[in-house]
Design a protein around this ligand. Structure first.
Ligand code: ADP
Length: 267
């Protein structure tokens, strides 16, 4: 089983991705696709007059502050435009894809964090009304039901809280929880970069391999949102996933290329 997570950054070629996924799937590979939608969500949020707000925690992680209105915009873009766009592309290639959010069938379940600590001008502020969380439980039954009956699941945040409220979760870490629960042999995190760069944004400074027992020491190279990918990779390999690959989603055949070992391979 391979869990492929494609991000939501500008520059990602979803046509190329879906063509490659379809080819591998039809050749018999067991795949689950997860996707993001951050850049498009930012554009739609701006257009709707509710611009995105990002917060940086005291430990240096950046995340989207998700009030109720943001959660609704998030659902429109992630579960609507992005998810159905990917499903449509795969259907065109003859793959019977089924798009679901983490709320559907409680695929991704976790704790709802209603407040978040944010560092602003050197001071720590508490923001309330947040709809975020971390995935703690995965409904593998529904995923296996679909994948063992000829459907390719296409998953996206949000997740659902224990109380039944939508929560924004990090897609990379949610993919790690999924890959762990499914005992996947590979998790792939594809974005608009060739992998983890030692000197971001210098693409010639690609880190090609990271030993599984030393992932966290590479956190120092990751800036802002890349940190969550490194953290997700650490969680996946600790959870028993055979390898994690950070790969480039701006190119033709992005999944096959990463599977050949191109990118940052953590094993
Ligand atoms: P996605 O939504 O596509 O999954 P993210 O925006 O969450 O992607 O994370 C990828 C981004 O992380 C890159 O586009 C890049 O701007 C940023 N980044 C920060 N530090 C690094 C690094 N050391 N190597 C690669 N990318 C980095």
């Amino acid at each position: 089983m391979i869990v492929i997570k494609v991000g939501g950054s500008d520059g990602i070629d979803y046509d190329a991705l879906c063509a490659d996924v379809a080819e591998l799937y039809k050749a018999g590979k067991k795949l689950i696709l997860v996707h993001g939608g951050s850049a498009e969500t930012n554009r739609v949020a701006e257009a709707l007059g509710h611009p995105p707000k990002f917060v940086t925690s005291p430990s240096g992680y950046t995340s989207r502050f998700t009030d109720r209105e943001t959660l609704e915009i998030f659902q429109m873009v992630y579960c609507g435009k992005m998810n159905k766009g990917i499903v449509e592309r795969l259907q065109k290639h003859g793959v019977n894809a089924v798009g679901l959010s983490g709320m559907d069938g409680r695929i991704w379940e976790g704790k709802h964090k209603t407040k978040v600590r944010s560092v602003e001008n050197g001071k720590i502020k508490i923001l309330r009304g947040d709809h975020t969380g971390t995935v703690e439980k995965v409904n593998t039954h529904l995923i296996e039901l679909l994948s063992s009956n000829g459907y390719l699941p296409v998953l996206t945040p949000p997740a659902i809280s224990y109380e039944g409220v939508g929560i924004n979760v990090d897609g990379d870490r949610a993919s790690a929880a999924l890959a762990t629960a499914l005992k996947a042999d590979t998790m792939m995190l594809l974005s608009n970069i060739p992998g983890l760069l030692r000197n971001f944004p210098d693409e010639s400074s690609l880190i090609e391999t990271i030993p599984a027992n030393d992932v966290e020491s590479y956190l120092e190279y990751a800036k802002d949102r890349m940190k969550k990918k490194v953290l997700g990779a650490a969680e996946a390999v600790e959870g028993g996933v055979g390898q994690v690959i950070f790969g480039d989603a701006r190119i033709e055949n992005p999944v096959s290329y990463a599977l050949e070992g191109n990118g940052t391979v953590i094993s």
